[in-house]
Design a binder for this molecule. Structure first.
Ligand SMILES: Cc1cc2nc3c(=O)[nH]c(=O)nc-3n(C[C@H](O)[C@H](O)[C@H](O)COP(=O)(O)OP(=O)(O)OC[C@H]3O[C@@H](n4cnc5c(N)ncnc54)[C@H](O)[C@@H]3O)c2cc1C
Length: 447
């Protein structure tokens, strides 16, 4: 029985742990925080259980949906499924339409033609650009940006379709985002069968969506999970793992999987493999702020849909006036969810998401409150607070080079930033956990 040590209990570490347990390995998982989930977790905000950031998945995230089922969850009840929709509060914009059985090409064509506020020139420009992506097999040069591969798209199509799509998938604006990674997500969304392009939005807290059930599943199968313990250095012959945790001696592992975020992984590997550590450390990151607001107006019965696109805006000097790009209405998501157990979840909150807004929490809160009243016409707003994750996602710039799975002999890494086709997403993290363990197994077989 091989012994595997996993450092980090985010979605990547949990995904690797499930694979390792399935293969019959003896697994120990160490997590620095007191709860699992990493960058996709539940937090307490002024007495309410909310998420550290509103997450959105798509139907093409097969590895994630498969993993959820594997630990006994039913993704269909925990995720609200809706068509790919970039509609604003006036229901203007792009939304895939037509039955799921209709080939996606026709759904896309219908949706483009139905866009009310686009002229024929706008519609034609999107059809031309997307036909080019399709004909090129959703591939482009590694150094091209999303703006470059969208040449020919009208400015309205850029601002109301390509930019929001890029922001929701990669959290960065098109001019500084890798076209290659963007096209890979688009390809999976468009060509992986019925429902792949659907948005899937959690109807429960992020803790309930996977980490809590995964923890139970792992423990039932003998996995040792140590929470609230930060590993400061990798175990070596000179400093065996027992010394790292004098109270919890662990046996020397046959394989170590570092499933931390890039910064912590770089710190742990700086002596073992300095060039690997440098490639992890040199990745840039972008922030996401989530502002939770309650509407106390008794006449407010909720927004028209669970996800609404907003008009993010700056003034002529570049000062951000309206930072949020999307708003989620949790009332539409959380109602009647049988899987929900938490009592103090505030179901009536609106969650405003501001990507890459480099403002303080107070500035974001103020600007989003203003945006909510002006753009959505809401009154009697009560601010619960803003949670900013400064290093939410790695910056998938054109030509970005990502660290490899193998760090050194017997030492591996997984996480949303490690070499792979996906951007910083839950699917990227889960896939990396699956792939790293395949490599670990191969290395065991070669011994
Ligand atoms: C606000 C926000 C919004 C997002 N929105 C979306 C979205 O809509 N859709 C989407 O797919 N993705 C989204 N993401 C990205 C997604 O959350 C991440 O890609 C994913 O959670 C990364 O998982 P991971 O396991 O690779 O890393 P992490 O979640 O960072 O996990 C690493 C774990 O390692 C632990 N750790 C670090 N150092 C040590 C140590 N020395 N010892 C022990 N443990 C350690 C950490 O505590 C952490 O739990 C969002 C992220 C944020 C922050």
């Amino acid at each position: 029985m091989k012994k595997v040590l996993i450092i980090g209990g985010g979605w990547a570490g949990l995904s690797a742990a499930v694979q390792a347990i399935k293969s019959g390995a003896k697994v120990t998982l160490i997590e620095a925080k007191n709860e699992l989930g990493g960058r996709a977790r539940s937090v307490n905000l002024r007495g309410h259980t909310v998420d550290n950031g509103q997450h959105i998945l798509i139907g093409a995230y097969r590895a994630t949906l498969g993993l959820m089922s594997e630990v006994g969850l039913t993704p269909q009840t925990l995720l609200h499924r809706c068509r790919l929709s970039l509609l604003n509060n006036q229901s203007q914009g792009f939304e895939l339409t037509g039955p799921h059985w209709l080939p996606l090409f026709f759904q896309f064509l219908l949706a483009t033609l139905k866009c009310q506020n686009w002229t024929l020139v706008d519609k034609w420009s999107l059809l031309q650009v997307s036909a080019q992506w399709f004909l090129q097999g959703f591939k482009c040069s590694a150094t091209s940006s999303v703006t470059e591969i969208s040449e020919g798209a009208s400015s309205l199509v850029m601002s109301t379709f390509i930019t929001p799509l890029c922001l929701s998938a990669l959290n960065t604006p098109p001019e500084s985002t890798s076209g290659q990674i963007f096209l890979r997500v688009l390809k999976d969304a468009m060509l992986s069968g019925a429902g792949s392009s659907d948005f899937l939005i959690p109807r429960c807290t992020l803790g309930e969506l996977f980490p809590q059930a995964c923890e139970r599943w792992l423990i039932q199968r003998g996995c040792v999970i140590l929470k609230g313990k930060r590993l400061e250095q990798l175990p070596t012959v000179a400093t065996p793992i027992e010394q790292a945790f004098s109270s919890d001696p662990l046996e020397a592992p046959d394989a170590i999987i570092i499933a931390c975020d890039a910064t912590n992984a770089a710190r742990l590997t700086s002596q073992l493999n300095p060039s690997w550590a440098t490639s992890a450390q040199s990745l840039e990151h972008t922030q996401i702020a989530t502002t939770y607001i309650k509407c106390n107006d008794p006449t407010f019965k909720g927004l028209k849909r669970a996800l609404t696109m907003l008009r993010s805006d700056s003034d002529s000097s570049g000062q951000i006036r309206a930072p949020a790009q999307f708003v989620f209405d949790r009332r539409l998501l959380f109602t009647d969810n049988p899987g929900q157990s938490q009592e103090n979840i505030n179901k009536t909150l609106l969650a405003f998401v501001s990507s890459y807004a480099t403002l303080t929490n107070d500035q974001i809160s103020l600007a989003v409150m203003d945006q909510a009243s002006k753009e959505l016409g809401l009154q009697s707003l009560e601010l619960l607070g803003t949670i900013t994750e400064r290093r939410a996602t790695f910056f998938a710039k054109p030509g970005v080079v990502r660290p490899t799975y193998q760090v050194a002999n017997g030492v591996w890494a997984c996480g949303d930033y490690v070499q792979g086709p996906y951007p910083s997403t839950i699917e990227g993290a889960v896939l990396s956990g699956i792939q790293v363990f395949e490599k670990v197994i191969q290395s065991f077989q070669m011994l």
